[in-house]
Every structure is written in C-alpha cells, then in structure tokens.
Design a protein around this ligand. Sequence first.
Ligand code: UT7
Length: 327
Amino acid sequence: MAIGTILVSTGSYVPEHRLTNQMLTEMVDTSDEWIIQRTGIRERRIAVHQTTAELALGAAQRALEDADIAPQQLDLIVACTATPDSYTPSIACRVQAGLQAERAFAFDLSAACSGFVYATDVVDSYFRAGKAKTALVVCAETLSRIIDYTDRTTCCLFGDGAGAAVYRWSDTEDGILHTVMGADGKRADALFAEALPSENPLERGADAVSSERFLKMDGKEVFRFSTRTVPEAIDQVLDGSGMTIDEIDWVVPHQANLRIIDVICRRYGLRKEQVYVNLDRYGNTSSASIPICLDEMRRNGLLQAGQTIILVGFGGGLTYGAVLMRM
Ligand code: UT7
C-alpha cells in the first residue's frame, strides 16, 4: 500500500449578516443587474462583530468535529489570511490556543486567494518530509475591514468567511496526486492592500497617520492573469499526475467571478455540474472560498470516495496554484 495525504474532513463558518446587491445600490452607483451580469454575485456575508481569528476558530472546530479527531492529535496548523487581526500573534496561534491543540506548531501563510492551495501543498510537503502526520489548514477573511464602500469597482466583489480542512498522512493509493504553484510578483500592484504605512513613525506627526488602508485592484489585469494562469495550472496538475480532464469529476475554482469560471468551463468542455460555484451567496472570500466550497460539497453529499477533484486558486501577489486529489 502506498502512502499519501488524504483530506479527512472540512468545516466552514460564515457570519450571519448578509450584504445584498440591493443594499449596495444604496451605497454606490451600481445595480443588481450589473453585479450579477459582470460577476455572478448576489450577496455576501459581513463579519460585523467578529474577528478573523473567531471565524477561523469556528471553521476549525467544525472541521475537527467532522473528522472525529481530538485537537491534541494535530501536529501542524497552517492559517491563511489577507486580513489578520494582528501582526503577531498569527491567526494560526490564536486557533491553536482556541482549540487547545498544544502539540501543534502553527504559522500563517500569505498567498491571498491562492492561500488554501498553497497551504495544502505546504502540508503535503511537511508530511512527505516526515515532520507531521495530521494537519489543519484554516483560511479566514474579514475583507470587509479593508474594503472601500464608496468604491463601486471593489465593494461589490468581496465578502467575509472561513473554511478549514484536516489532512492526514495515511496508507492510501489516493489523496493528493499532484500540486502546482506559481507567482508573478511583477504584477503585485494589480491587487494591493497596504499593511503598515511606509513612513517611519518617528519622522511623521501623529496627524499624518491614515486609517484608510483600503484594498485597491486593477480588475482587468487580475482577470487577464487568472484566465491565463488557471488553465496553465490545470494543465500542469493533469500532466503531473498523468491524467486527462475527462478523468476529473470536479473542479473547485477560487470564487472570484462567474465569468472567469465560465472561461474554465469552455476551455475544458466541462459541464456546469462539474464545477462547484457558490459565489452568488458569498462573493469573493479570498483564501476561504475553496474550503467553504469543499465543506458545502461534503455536507451535501457531492463528494464521493474515488472521485478526482482539481482545486485551483489565483489572486493577490499575484499568485496561482492547483491541487489534484482523489477522494
Ligand atoms: O480574488 C482574485 C482577485 N479578483 C478577481 O479575480 C477579479 C477579476 N476581475 C473582475 O472580476 C472584473 O474585472 C470586475 C468584476 C472587477 C470588473 O468587471 P469588468 O467587466 O472588467 O468591468 P470594467 O472594469 O471594464 O468596467 C466596465 C464599466 C466601467 O464603466 P465605463 O468606464 O465603461 O463607463 C466601470 O466604471 O463598468 C463600470 N463599473 C460599474 N458599474 C456599475 C465598475 N464597477 C461597477 C459597478 N456597478 N459595481
């Protein structure tokens, strides 16, 4: 029997407050029709009173309950977020404390919307190196904290939420078959959110401190990047695992724009039922989007043992990546 990385369970947690397209029309010059036609999004969830760490812990607890694994069995926790509550500690350490997963080493990984795919590859690599056997990946975002709700070009797109997965190094012929990751730092400005002001606080007066550090995006540039790199990543994971698209049961793409997903469907001749979509209900939740999809799919009985699945992410960095696994 071979040995590999298997997905044991998933969990997700989204805030209750809904921000509908209709509500956005009262905030900026937009319309329900424009948002649906150009993006496919109808509503998104907003964490009005919750931190990123709280969303992360909610998703992590559900993933562990689903796995029937005690937190103390975790060796590793990798958290992904573009919207951490603090520079230190990491979200992963907050989750470790909340779960009482004392044995786990824990760190955050920054790869924006590609976070889940990158973190899955990191976990698989730790497993292969013999440094861990049970790991939690948790992706959580409170993007509403960095969205400019006077900018119609970005405020319609993003939402808050968290998704998680437990992976295990196990005897199996299946599990993760191939991974691909890439980045193009030259295009960094196409999706940008500032962290600390670049000026040194000793040199600027207190008045100069700006609290307005909103996400800025060149949507067209990111669109072009994703429609080029997503097929490249899919081709590479197929090649790497010696499979063809006809052997794939599901593609789970990062949920950014229905038009990007349509491009993937057309390019590979995929049926709509093979590509999981929930962005109409959550918008773009960055790193959390793929694990939220996986959790919905598992809970709705859509994922069956033996099925093959491609996860494909893209976004800030700019970054992209894909994972091919057999359930
Ligand atoms: O997570 C990964 C990162 N993000 C992405 O993957 C996003 C990728 N990009 C996109 O999804 C699309 O580029 C957007 C949805 C962001 C924009 O769609 P688009 O078809 O590229 O629209 P556009 O930027 O070309 O804008 C077309 C028009 C413009 O008006 P003019 O200049 O033609 O008069 C915009 O000002 O639509 C206008 N517009 C809007 N109108 C109504 C832009 N946003 C809105 C809006 N409501 N919310």
